[in-house]
Ligand binder design. Structure first.
Ligand code: PA5
Length: 440
């Protein structure tokens, strides 16, 4: 397996002078002395996961695969994006069995009604994933799903509900013990967005029929390769340092670019990882994503000629899982015969190379990450690459990459507006402020 990084803007080519800073950050990570170092359990988690734990995950996944038409997963943020990213990247898009539906990552009543209507006459299992056990969105959807399961399966419902949460504490842990649900744990020293290789990511992947052992092998390979101190041996540190140099040069927005719609949720996972880890203390690169060539017909204009605050990180998949060839046509009205017999992947990669060149010449630096093919092992390694690069990037910036204090601001307002008991003073204050805004 091969993952290579290439830095395609000449003026950012040399990173050797960043070794001292990198060594400092490297020690903070490996010795767990970084700010938030108590959340570095993900570094070697794949090595620590026992055969027994992996077998337990595979056994429950097999049971769900045999007995369910639909698995509904309730989780948000790091509790769903990792597994969704891997599934969308590797599973067939159409006709999956069992169907896996994600709920609990929004509060759209229309969407919830549609899902509950859809599953009501199907055999379903429920998997609720919440480390804290009290996040509003998954808690609401789980209430609905739990009631549906209880009404439908009675005493057997507890066999159809599986919970993944903190090992010891939290509302979900308490409920699971009371109801006798089967459970898995997210370790206390691993935050949500770094938890894709814990049961939170592995159980959904296994239900989708993916090879979680290969995924873990990729993670382990990543943990060996990207825990090297020296920049010339560690592509993840080189990437992190490039990002920090680019930010210093005024490149405030990173676009994760790929040419495969199946990587759409990989980009969502990336956005959460970097956005939540770096964006604090008025610092950080704003992560966005483009799926090309689709987005070249919409955002492409901005990238080529808009504000020069952008850089791109392009994922270049060298070998596709399947390919298709351009047929000939006698009339050639569309003038495509010059491509007759060419494989579509070749054309897609030519589009990628052409775009990277045009954007670089237009003042948008490009970092290319080459991945030889998309499979469980490579995705495991690639995710580890981004996780360690994200930790290092945050530390280069001087922020704690493992917390997310900023998300509390909207939550406090929301709970006050919902009239949560104990927040009466805040409710009155916030309602006053909102009234003032509405009055102009
Ligand atoms: O990365 C994080 O820690 C967050 O995005 C969480 O994953 C997200 O808020 C969900 O939290 P929980 O699993 O506690 O419901």
């Amino acid at each position: 397996m091969r993952i290579e990084t290439r830095f395609c803007s000449p003026h950012i080519h040399k990173v050797e002078d960043g070794q001292e800073l990198t060594s400092h950050v490297h020690r903070m990570i490996q010795e767990k002395t970084a700010p938030g170092g108590e959340f570095l359990g993900w570094l070697d988690y794949a090595d620590k996961l026992s055969e027994k734990q992996i077998c337990e995950i595979e056994e429950i996944a097999d049971e769900i695969r045999q007995r369910a038409d639909v698995l509904v997963i309730s989780g948000i943020g790091g509790s769903y994006l990792g597994s969704k990213a891997v599934m969308e990247a590797l599973c067939p898009t159409y006709g999956r069995k069992p169907e896996i539906i994600f709920m609990g990552h929004h509060m759209s009543s229309e969407e919830l009604v549609e899902v509950t209507d859809y599953i009501c006459d199907k055999e379903f299992y429920v998997l609720v994933i919440s480390k804290s056990g009290k996040t509003l969105e998954p808690a609401i959807s789980f209430r609905l799903l739990r009631r549906m399961a209880e009404e439908r399966y009675g005493g057997d419902s507890s066999k159809r509900i599986i919970a993944i949460t903190d090992e010891h504490s939290g509302a979900l842990r308490t409920l699971a013990s009371q109801k006798n649900y089967r459970t898995f744990s997210i370790p206390a020293d691993i935050g949500g967005r770094y938890s894709v290789h814990t049961p939170a990511g592995l159980l959904p992947m296994a239900v989708a029929g993916l090879d979680i052992r290969a995924f873990l092998e990729g993670m382990k390979e990543g943990s060996r390769e990207y825990s090297r101190e020296f920049l010339e041996e560690n592509a993840a540190y080189r990437y992190a340092l490039m990002r920090s140099r680019l930010l210093e040069e005024g490149k405030h927005v990173e676009i994760l670019v790929n040419y495969h719609p199946k990587l759409m949720y990989f980009a969502e996972w990336f956005k959460q990882l970097f956005g939540e880890s770096e964006g604090k203390e008025n610092k950080g690169i704003f992560p966005v994503a483009m799926i090309n060539t689709t987005d070249l017909h919409s955002l492409g204009q901005y990238v080529q000629e808009g504000q020069r605050i952008l850089f791109e990180t392009v994922i270049d998949i060298l070998k596709p899982k399947a390919d298709i060839f351009i047929p000939g046509d006698e009339q050639d009205l569309d003038e495509l015969n010059y491509l007759y017999g060419r494989d579509l992947h070749f054309i897609n990669r030519r589009a990628m190379q052409a775009t990277a060149l045009a954007h670089m010449e237009g003042g948008v630096p490009n970092i290319i990450i080459e991945v030889d093919k998309l499979d469980e092992r490579n995705l495991g390694k690639l995710m580890y690459f981004f996780m360690i690069a994200c930790a290092a990037s945050g530390l280069f910036l001087g922020v704690n990459p493992f917390n997310q204090p900023g998300v509390e601001a909207y939550k406090n307002n929301m709970f006050a507006l919902l009239g949560k008991p104990g927040m009466e003073i805040e409710t009155a204050e916030i309602e006053k402020k909102i009234h003032a805004i509405q009055e102009g």
